[in-house]
Write a protein that binds this ligand. Sequence first.
Ligand code: UD1
Length: 429
Amino acid sequence: MEEILVHGGRPLFGKLEMPTAKNSILPILAAAVLTRDAVCIHRAPFLQDVETSMQLLAALGCPAVRAGQDLLLSCDGPVGDTVPRPLMAAMRSSIYYLAPMLVRAGRARLSFPGGCRLGARPIDIHLEGLTAMGARVTARGDLLECDAPHGLHGVRFHLRFPSVGATETLMMAAAAARGETVLTGAAREPEIRDLANFLNACGGRVTGAGSSKIVIRGGRLHGCAYTPIPDRITAQTVLCAGAACGGEILLERVPFEPIRPMARLLTQAGCRLRRLDHDRVELVSDGRLTALGTLSTGVYPAFATDAGPLLAAAMLTARGTTRLRETIFTNRFGCAKEFARMGADLDCRGNLLSIRGVPALRGARVEAGDLRGGAALVIAALAAQGESRISGVEYIRRGYEDIGEMFGALGAAIGRSAQPERETTAAGR
Ligand code: UD1
């Protein structure tokens, strides 16, 4: 079993360039199925979820190949109508293929998507929106059969919750549907705007992305070359680690707006954060943080749910009490019991995590149970005294290319106990 080994207690110093956002490239890869032309995605990160997407694309008859940092796709032949169950189970983002399959194959057969265990993650808004656009949906157990006997048509649809995934599903469907679609109550995350920019680079006509009203005029899409945006969650992972461990970190390729709530909170906790220019941020911390009182996660532009566990990790040794309320998922703080193994003093009731800062954490054997919770354990281990061993690395690898290499570049003593299988694939990139 692979583990991440950390000898904590060292400050972090250095410069890092942020990779491409997982949450941007995954829907964009699915959206590439909408066109028969070649699509080239630049700066494609070597993430497990990207590998899973490539397997899924291959299963649909749309092989994607790597050329260094680029991913080249072509969906010029017939597109399959079935996603194998293991690929649906491997990640939540498999659901992004539903709309493109309906468009290209006229039907889709799949099981409900898996992904991180953050609580119930229904897809009812995706399905309601597609139904309003002319799709027929039948669920049998955990099997889902959809078809669109008369094709998809434009619609006015209100999302009763600004779901990121549902907004993206409906944008993809609408971009290839007949007529105009108006989505209200849409999610406003930067990754939504990025998907709109990709669709527009393919000849789509999407306006308003980034606001809660998105207008999409359907039509035929062509191929393009596209570079998705940088990963704001990876940036916040590094900032929280720097805040907790102390040190000086320069982050490059990180637009400030998406990380503004985190920057404000870390400043309040006692760090110095400076926005150097449009995409560079500097953090200076002496590692002695002050607790933040009560705060909540929320939909964009509020403090992001994915960043909750990361900030919690930094607050474990802050002076005073931090109460963090999660408002999006029902089980965001699965990492709390693992924090406790490292000597943290906390209490997790439902969606409320209360942290009373302790003077120091001690290294321990802990297990990641989801992606961001796993990254949070790495942050806690970097700040702790002594050795930590983190298992459940497969969760972390879904969203971080090589978290050990990333923090190693900042001077952390971090490594792996066994070589991951992916190592051979990534070699020579
Ligand atoms: C995306 C992100 C994830 C982030 C989340 C919220 C990707 C690949 N993942 O996930 O990192 O944490 O946004 O910012 O982009 N919901 C419904 N019905 C639906 C869809 C969602 O009730 O049909 C609920 C979910 O159960 C959850 C909430 O809406 O409680 C948010 O989900 P959603 O915004 O859809 O998250 P994802 O797209 O899965």
